[in-house]
Design a protein. Structure first.
Length: 313
């Protein structure tokens, strides 16, 4: 009996998430594709692994048993991959990395160019996700690594199964329509009188900005809720409101937007998250180092504070 690692991963995700739809979304497959692959897995093992209960499905006892072994098998594959990397004189590896727009445009080009020059055997494939999903994708084994963020006023809780290495520290700035603010800097409270363009409260960025505004005594008057930073900046350029933007977000800046330093220090910490393991993967360490070097070359540190010390507690 030959077992497909991909099908075992699908079985594990179904057990974790409870529905075919949720498992398919996590794995970036269609629900019908996952159903077909799980049906093929049943044919391979010769037993029924899934049974329907109304509109839902659940694992049979044998399905649960195979799911437990799937965890061990997939974990063994991960440890074997790390061991092979450590045994090589020259690293050869394929890495999948979760990114979002400002990281992809602001950090990756320089980091990946340097990595390809110094370690041509390391191939990196990226997948764009919203920041709120990247850490879970790493924890669940869907990605080798992902970029994740913390804000100085709103640190995020982390799963101990996910290890993270800080690579950059950004400041947040006011982003306003051109010519609206005459001064060289602005306090957050001065922005209270303007209409805001901001992502929803379920996003890390949207929550963090709301927390900072509340700490300064006001509720931002949000007139446009958008999830993409580039969309917000385009609307600011059109004179529709104000928002905050990070250093990396400045790579997406369109004409018609003024970036004004905030009088308050609001920091955003960018880290690379990967699964905690007793057998480190050299390729991951080399990727992290390349990204840190790229961030340092772009001045993404604050007051000489080393990245590891700048991480919110």
């Amino acid at each position: 009996m030959e077992l497909s690692l991909r099908r075992l991963q699908m079985l594990r995700e179904l057990h974790r998430r409870g529905t075919i739809t949720a498992a398919a979304q996590a794995l970036h497959y269609s629900p019908s594709g996952v159903s077909q692959q799980l049906a093929q897995l049943e044919r391979e093992v010769g037993v029924k692994l899934i049974e329907k209960h109304g509109r839902r499905v659940q694992l049979t006892e044998l399905g649960l048993l195979l799911s437990e072994h799937a965890e061990e098998i997939l974990g063994s594959v991960e440890r074997a991959t790390a061991a092979i990397e450590q045994a090589q004189s020259g690293i050869t590896a394929r890495l999948t990395v979760g990114v979002w727009a400002s990281v992809a445009s602001g950090l990756l080009p320089r980091a990946l160019s340097a990595l390809a020059l110094e370690h041509p055997g390391i191939a990196v494939r990226t997948t764009e996700l919203v920041p709120e999903e990247t850490a879970d994708a790493v924890r669940d084994g869907l990605l080798d690594m992902s970029f994740v963020i913390d804000y100085s006023g709103h640190p995020v809780d982390w799963d101990p199964a996910v290890q993270r290495s800080v690579v950059a520290v950004e400041r947040l700035h006011a982003a306003v329509p051109e010519g609206v603010l005459p001064g060289d800097s602005v306090s957050l409270t001065e922005l209270a009188e303007y209409p805001w363009i901001l992502s929803g409260p379920r996003s890390h960025f949207g929550r963090a900005v709301r927390v900072e505004c509340h700490a300064h005594g006001f509720e931002p008057r949000i007139v446009h809720t958008v999830e993409e930073q580039f969309t917000a900046l385009a609307m600011i350029a059109g004179g529709l409101g104000v928002s905050l933007v990070s250093d990396l977000g400045l790579t997406l800046l369109p004409p018609g937007v003024d970036v004004v330093p905030l009088e308050e220090t609001i920091l955003r910490t960018v880290s690379v998250a990967h699964r905690a393991s007793s057998t480190p993967r050299p390729s991951i360490d080399l990727f992290v180092e390349a990204v840190r070097t790229a961030a340092d070359e772009q001045g993404l540190t604050v007051g000489g504070v080393p990245p590891e010390e700048a991480r919110p507690s």
